[in-house]
Structures are given as structure tokens and as C-alpha cells.
Design a protein around this ligand. Sequence first.
Ligand code: BO1
Ligand code: ZN
Length: 260
Amino acid sequence: SHLFLFCSPDGETTWPQKYPFCGGGFQSPIDLHNNILQYDSTLLPLELVGYNMSTTDQLPLTNNGHSVRVGLPPTMYIRNLPFQYTATQLHLHWGNRKKPEGSEHTIHGKHFAAELHIVHYNAEKYRDVTAAMDKSDGFAVLAIFIEVKVSAEMYILKIQYLQRCSLSGQKAQVPGFNIQELLPKKLNEYYRYEGSLTTPPCYPSVLWTVFRHPVYISEEQVNLNQTVFYLAHTAHSNYCIKYPTNSADLCANTPYQMIS
Ligand code: BO1
Ligand code: ZN
């Protein structure tokens, strides 16, 4: 009810009618700003296990019409959250030509060019992703901001694989690589809150970790990826990002925490 919807002209404005959880109390993404943040000395750097994959592991890459997604193996997990959270997939949220700032979360109102999500589920408590996805302790997602820098090295998600996946429904295989290279070097500074899936069905099931420091990507790769995501966008247009405008409401039931 306290939601302001930003949508592309052909975007979907009716998520809450179709998906009862969209627009609910724990809706993500959010703007991370000073008056909702609080330092929490009990938060520890995450212990990431099995992120360094061998090149012989083939990871499936799929364009599902609104994003490009890489399937991840159960040998990859986070050890020191309240439960053990096992990786299932990673995907990216990008802008397009009309709206180049594609991140979902913002910091003090600032958008980033893109945002990487590494999705994990609570395999300690739930049998599979489907059983976990609507439970309050079901998912843990790591969010990494991606910023454009002229001198940046090519981001590790190599363009040749994304190009093979530029249309909805296309699939490719990526040789295994060190997923930790997609994360910022400083992992001990992050924002932590309890929120939701950012897209339908919007279940309030996600323990979010949003890293404070972005990773950098070259201009060249952004342009290529925007082509990929522009095509994906036209293939599937019922997509928009919601921004809660009343963060006081959100704050009342959500312990916002930050390490700095
Ligand atoms: S996100 O990380 O909050 N952007 C996000 C949003 C939606 C999903 C996952 C993450 N959706 C669900 C699908 C399920 C799938 C599961 C894990 O992701 O609805 O079908 O099993 O991949
Ligand atoms: Zn996402």
C-alpha cells in the first residue's frame, strides 16, 4: 500500500493484484540510507565455501526472458549464517538504453549500473529450493553492485558466453571459474536485512547481504551486456522495480544492520 511504482512504459503495474506477496511488509529492494542503518558488531565476514570452481565443472547459463542466469552446484555454500545456505543460481539486474542504471538496491538514493545476485537456499532445514522459497528463513542472497570504470578489467562473466545467450530461451555452458572473483575484495563491510524476492512471487523469504563496495566493469562489456539485456527486455516486458517510500514502516519490523 505504501508503494510507489517505477515502471517502463510497457511495464507491469499490477504485481500486487496478481501476486499477494508483492508490496508486502518485507518488500525488497530498498534504499540503504543512514536513518535506517545501525552498526552491528555481532555481524561477521561471511565464510564462503566451494566458490572456487574447477574449469572442468560446466555451469549452465540460461536466458529466461528477463535475465541471464547461471546454475550453481550444491558444493558451493555459506557457512556462518544462522543456517547453512547452499548456492542455487546467480543472475544479474541490468539497465537498458532508456534506463541505464540497473541496480535494484540503492545506497543513499544512488543507483549502480548493475547488481549481481547470488541466490542460496536453506538446505539445512528444507529439502529443496521450492520448499524453501516461501519460508522466512528460506533464502540468503548476496548482492554485489557493479559500477562502470573506464580502466576496469573485463568483468569475469566473459562476453562470449553472454553473446551466446542474448535471446530468451537460449542456453549455453560456462566452464567453472572462481565465483569469488565476482565479489569485491573487501567482504567484511555489508548491509544486512530481512527482505523478499525482488520479483514475483515476492515471498518474504530472503536474508539479504548487500556488499558495501562495488565491483568494477569495463565500458565495453556494459555496452555488450545492455544489448543482451535490451533484447531480453523486449522479449518479456512485464518487469518493473518497486521502491518502498515509507521506510519508517519497513524499519519497524526489520532489523537493519551494517558493518563499517
Ligand atoms: S532475487 O534474487 O530477489 N532477484 C530473486 C527473485 C526471484 C527468484 C529468485 C531470486 N525466483 C525464484 C523462482 C523459483 C526458483 C528460485 C531459485 O528463484 O521463482 O522458481 O527455483 O532459482
Ligand atoms: Zn535478483
